[in-house]
Design a protein around this ligand. Structure first.
Ligand SMILES: Nc1ncnc2c1ncn2[C@@H]1O[C@H](COP(=O)(O)OP(=O)(O)OP(=O)(O)O)[C@@H](O)[C@H]1O
Ligand SMILES: [Mg+2]
Length: 247
């Protein structure tokens, strides 16, 4: 599959950017896959393809072997910015996708409370967004992404704006959410430790046009703990990935 973007404001075939070229990968149900690679190599574009925001120039996206067009159902998303609505409280932010899908709110109240408890925000349901720290906002954003029971969760650098310790706390939160929901997760990150800690497989993407140049299987047992972050095998895997990334 390849993706080509026209340069904004210019015309002509020579003014296009080939963002992704010959990218081809499969994710198993319930698997956690991360993508790492240099800035501008097309990682965000890849998530936009999966979510139907962008269409490929060539090739196709298959879901259970069938071509996908438009925005497929069953996709949850979270980004670097938590993108919460400041005029809604925590609970109402989590329940937003349910309103958009026009499903009955009362059917999802219990699930919302359960998700908020899993991420450590029990008792914060009625708080306003401005009362929350950056890390708490990202927790809310994860709950919102999972409220409608998506089959696949797409995460584009969700923890990039957080300090190192908050980020590590959220790795544990995400690991817990993954274990409980059985949701397939696709994470984009610039943090190699984050990719190794959370994933079953880490894919290394080349410089633009992005292609997958290496796949690293992460065999460490689950659940993983903060102690694993200083384990020699863990550190060796992070170092090995670092050597694979083109700069
Ligand atoms: N809508 C668009 N129109 C034109 N060019 C685009 C568009 N979206 C992305 N691009 C270009 O495609 C390339 C890949 O962008 P993308 O955002 O996917 O990279 P990325 O790997 O996510 O980078 P980063 O790690 O910095 O987030 C870039 O050169 C970008 O300028
Ligand atoms: Mg990006």
């Amino acid at each position: 599959m390849s993706v080509r973007f026209a340069t904004p404001g210019r015309k002509g075939a020579e003014d296009t950017v080939l963002a992704l070229d010959g990218i081809d990968w499969t994710v198993e149900k319930g698997e956690f896959v991360s993508f790492v690679g240099p800035s501008g190599c097309g990682k965000t574009t890849m998530l936009k393809l999966i979510s139907g925001i962008v269409a490929p120039t060539s090739g196709q996206i298959l879901h259970w072997g069938r071509p996908v067009s438009g925005t497929p159902e069953g996709i949850g998303m979270a980004f670097q910015d938590s993108l919460l609505l400041p005029w809604r409280n925590v609970l109402d932010n989590v329940l937003l996708p349910i309103e958009i899908l026009r499903r009955p709110r009362k059917d999802y109240l219990g699930r919302a409370e359960e998700l908020l408890a899993t991420v450590g925000l029990k008792g914060f349901e009625k708080r306003d967004i401005w009362e929350l720290s950056g890390g708490m906002r990202q927790r809310v954003s994860l709950c919102r992404a999972l409220i409608a029971n998506p089959e696949i969760l797409l995460l584009d650098e969700p923890f990039a704006a957080l300090d190192a310790f908050t980020r590590e706390d959220l790795w544990l939160v995400l690991q817990e959410l993954h274990a409980r929901s059985g949701c397939t997760m696709v994470l984009i990150t610039h943090q190699l430790g984050e990719a190794v800690f959370l994933s079953d497989r880490v894919m290394v993407v080349s410089k633009r046009p992005g292609r997958i140049i290496h796949v690293e299987a992460i065999k460490a047992q689950r659940p993983r703990s903060p102690d694993d972050l200083v384990d020699p095998d863990f550190l060796a895997q992070v170092a090995s990935l670092r050597r694979k990334i083109e700069r």
